[in-house]
Design a protein around this ligand. Sequence first.
Ligand SMILES: Nc1ncnc2c1ncn2[C@@H]1O[C@H](COP(=O)(O)OP(=O)(O)OP(=O)(O)O)[C@@H](O)[C@H]1O
Ligand SMILES: [Mg+2]
Length: 617
Amino acid sequence: MATAPPTTDALVGRDAELESIRAFLTRSTAGALLLEGEAGIGKTMLVAAAVADATERGWQVLECRPAAAEAQLPFAALADALGDAVDEVIPALPAPQRTALLGALRRIEADVDRLALSSGALGVLRALAEYRPVILAIDDAQWLDAPSANVLAFALRRLTDEPVVVVASRREGEALPPAVEAALTAIGVERLPVPPLSLGAIGRIIRSRLGLSLHRPALIRIHEASRGNPFFALELAAAAATAGDGAGALPVPETVRELVQRRLAALPKDARGGLLVVAALGHPATDVLAHAVEDWQRVVAPALDAGILEVRSGRIGFAHPLLASGVYGGAAEHERRAVHDMLARVVPDPEQRAWHLAHATARADEDVATTLERAAAGAAVRGAPETAAELAEHAHRLTPREHLDERASRALQTATYAWAAGDATRSRGILVDLIGTLGPSPARAAARQLLVKIVDDIAETIDLLGDALDDVAGNAAAEASVLNLLARQRTWAGDFRGAIREAETAARRAAESGSTAELAVALAREAQARVCSGERTQHELLDRAVALEREGGDSIPVGDSPTRIRALCALWDDDLETAWELATAVDRRAQAVSESWRAIVLTTLAEIELRRGSMAN
Ligand SMILES: Nc1ncnc2c1ncn2[C@@H]1O[C@H](COP(=O)(O)OP(=O)(O)OP(=O)(O)O)[C@@H](O)[C@H]1O
Ligand SMILES: [Mg+2]
C-alpha cells in the first residue's frame, strides 16, 4: 500500500448522472429532479454538482440540507432555503406576506398567517425568477420539517412557466413528506436513481480522498464488501489503513452502522458524550453548544481531528449524516433522555426546549404536559400547525390518566391543529376515538362540532350536531353554539324551515345564557334562512345582529360574522351599494386577522363587482 497526499474532492465515476443533470438544467420552466439511492451512495455530491452547474450558468441558488434532528424545527428548512435571497425581493411583497415571512423566519416577533406566508414564499420565488432562473436544492428532502415542506409545496404547485427548478435528494427507505411528493409530481418530476460505483471508481476515490493506493485484491475486497457504496468503501479503507494491514486481516464490518460504531468507539468517552449532544441538536451554533457542553472545544477536539465533526460558518455539525445517526441511534435510550433533558434547560428557543422536554420525558407528568400544551399554542400562532399538532400529541401522551378533562382537551387540540395543517384523516381519527371514549360532555360536543368541519356528507353533519345537542343538554351557551352550526348546516342542506327553527331556539338559549356573540349569530342565521326560503329580507333582524356584533367588539370569526351575512343578503336583494360597503368593512377586518378568512370575503366582493358590471375589478 503506497501513500500519497490526498488531492481533490472531485466527482468520480458519475458521467451518466452528470449528463442527466446537465440535460435537466437546460429547461426553462418549472420542474423537479429527484435523486434517489441508499445512504452514502453519493447523492449529496450529485446535488452539489447540480448546484455548481447552475451557479456557473448564473442561476440564483436557494439551498437547504435539513438534518434529521431538525425535522422538528418549524421553518428550519425554509429559513435556510430563502435565507438572504429574501432581502432582495421582500420590499416588493404585500405587507401581510412580508410580516408572515419575516415572522416565520424569526427575523421579527409576529403572529404568522399561514396563507399569507405560503403566498409570500410563492411571491419570493416568482420575484427572483424574474431576474434569472432559480434552482432550489433540497438535500435529504426526507427530513424537511413539515411546516417548511407544506409552504414550499404550496408555492411549487402554483408555478407554471416560471424558471424555478427543484433538485432534491431522498434516501432510500425514507419517505418524502407527502406534500412535497405531491408538489414534485404536480410540477413534473424526473427520478434519477444513484447506482453503486464501479471497482475503478471506488479505487480512484480511495486514492484521491485518502491518498491510498490499494493492491488489487484489497480493493476488490473493499468494493465487494461496500457493494460499490463510496461512504462505506472510504470508511473501510481508512480503518484498514489505520490498522496498517492493507485491509487483509481485519474482519470486515457487515454494515455501515457497524463500521461507524467502530470509528466512534475509538474516541474518548467524553468526546462521545459531546457528539450525542451535537446529534440531538442538528447543526448547533457554537455558542449554543457552549451552553450545553462544558469546555466544549476540548471535548469535541478529537472528533474534529478525526473528521467526524466539522465547523462551518459558526455552526458545528457532523461531516456526514450517517455519522450523526450512528451516534444518536447507537446511544442507549437513557443516555438520549438525559441529553434531551439537559438541552430542554439550555437551548434558547422555547419551541426547541419543548421538543427536548418531550423527548426527555417518558412518564406522565402534568407540569411537562402543560409546558408542551403552551408550546403547541405558540407554534400554532407562529403559523406551524403541524408542529403544534405534534407538541399537543406529546402533551396528551404525558397527561396523567386521571386528569380526564385535560386529556380530552389536549386530544381536541391535537385534532384542531392537525386539521389546520390540512391533515383531515388524522384529525378525524382522533375525533372519532375521542367521541367513542368520552361521556356526554361539552368536550364531546366540541369534538362533534369540529368533526362537522371535516365530514363532507351534510346529512351526517346534521346527525352529529343532533348528538352534540344531547351532549350539552341544559348548558344554554353550549346549546346555542351547536344550534347555530346546525342552522348553518340546514341552510346548506336546503332545509330552510328547519334552519329557521334551530336559529330561533339558538337565539333563545343565547339570550338565556347572556352570550351576545351567539345571539348575534343566531339572528343573522335566521334572517339568512328566511331570505333563502323566499321571504322578504328581515332588515330588523339583521340590524340587531350587526349591532350586537359591534357591541361585542367585532370578535366573531369572519365565517359567522353577521355583517358578512348582511352583506350577502344585500347582494341577493340587488342592493349592491350596501353589499359593497359592508363586505369591504368585513374585508378590512379579515385582512387584519388572516388571509384564509379573507378568501371567503373576497369571493363575495368579486360577485358584487360582477353584478355591478365591473368585470375588471
Ligand atoms: N462520485 C463520487 N466521487 C468521489 N467521492 C464520492 C462520490 N460519491 C460519493 N463520494 C463520497 O462518498 C461519501 C458519501 O457520499 P454522499 O454524502 O454524497 O452520499 P449520500 O448518498 O448523500 O448519503 P446520505 O444518504 O447518507 O446523505 C462522501 O464522503 C463523498 O465525498
Ligand atoms: Mg447526503
